[in-house]
Design a protein around this ligand. Structure first.
Ligand SMILES: C[S@@+](CC[C@H](N)C(=O)[O-])C[C@H]1O[C@@H](n2cnc3c(N)ncnc32)[C@H](O)[C@@H]1O
Length: 283
């Protein structure tokens, strides 16, 4: 039984139950080192429902009568850290190498596949607007499993301190400082927001909602939460969503080398650190 001062206790078996629940729902592997995280994040829901234990909360989650509570549990157990221009090498590559050499005829479609509160999707849109401009057809789709994060993303409103990594010229072109009741925040400019849509998508669901094939998929800082079989399955699905010649960016701390099967190798090649391209012949 794990006891954390001031928090509810959790037995190994109870932790295993939550571990299995989130694995089944989202493919997220919670190692035993995350026990305290589970207890601290879920305790408030136990109190909210006036229950006396995490076991009682588990029963409520699995009684099939509380789908909205299930979503709240998923929201609470996901890690949503993100910021504008995170891992900027990807955006430099997009601006300086990928876009200038990409065929001009087709609309350019990008997918931020675990977009959290939207910063990655809007950063991508800033670069696309800078390079392709307002007259070319391009769009960005942001998806995530967390309904709470998607709500924030759709609002396009962020605290002012979130501007710290945004280059000055992007700040002046695409971000509007809030006044009066919006003081202390900024919002993403309408012209950019119109090009970015958000939708819920569980990357590990057997089927995705209807999605187009993309020129660029950003799958950054999410693979780390999945175990090897889940990652492998996901990469196959991601490759299927890429246009032939399309690009995949993964997080700087992630790599595909442990995942690659002959099938993956036949379809993707590594063009720069953490940047992959779908081979032109692999549809
Ligand atoms: C650490 S954030 C990464 C955000 C952004 N990609 C970045 O690099 O800054 C991880 C995101 O993955 C999402 N996530 C976790 N499991 C998921 C799943 N099965 N399907 C879709 N999104 C998932 C979480 O909700 C979270 O918002």
């Amino acid at each position: 039984m794990a006891q954390f001062p001031g928090l509810l206790s959790i037995s190994d078996d109870e932790f295993k139950e939550f571990q299995q629940l989130i694995y089944k729902a989202a493919g997220i592997h919670l190692p035993p080192t995350k026990k305290m995280l589970v207890v601290s994040r879920l305790s408030k829901r136990v109190r909210h429902h006036e229950l006396d234990s995490l076991q009682a909360y588990y029963c409520l989650l699995t009684d099939n009568n509380h789908p909205e509570e299930f979503q709240i549990m998923v929201d609470l157990l996901t890690t949503n850290e993100t910021y504008f221009f995170r891992e900027p090498d990807h955006f430099t590559y997009l601006k300086q190498q990928l876009l200038p050499n990409y065929p001009r005829e087709q609309p350019f479609q990008a997918w931020s596949a675990a977009c959290s509160s939207g910063e990655e999707a809007y950063t991508t849109a800033m670069i696309l607007m800078d390079v392709l401009g307002a007259n070319r057809a391009w769009s960005v789709l942001g998806t995530d499993i967390s309904a709470r994060m998607l709500h924030l993303a759709r609002s396009g409103v962020y605290p002012l301190n979130a501007t710290s990594h945004i280059p000055k010229e992007c700040l002046s072109r695409y971000c509007l400082k809030g006044v009066r009741s919006q003081a202390g925040t900024f919002c993403i400019e309408k012209k950019l927001r119109e090009r970015v849509k958000f939708q819920q998508c569980n990357l590990n669901a057997p089927n995705y909602p209807r999605l187009p094939n993309f020129d660029l998929i950003l799958l950054r800082n999410v693979l780390i939460y999945f175990d090897l079989p889940t990652k492998r399955q996901l990469i196959h699905k991601i490759i299927a969503q890429l246009k032939s010649g399309g690009y995949l960016f993964i997080g700087h701390a992630e790599n595909l080398s442990s995942l690659t099967t002959p099938e993956i190798n036949a379809q993707l090649h590594n063009v720069a650190p953490t940047i992959y391209r779908k081979k032109a012949t692999a549809e």
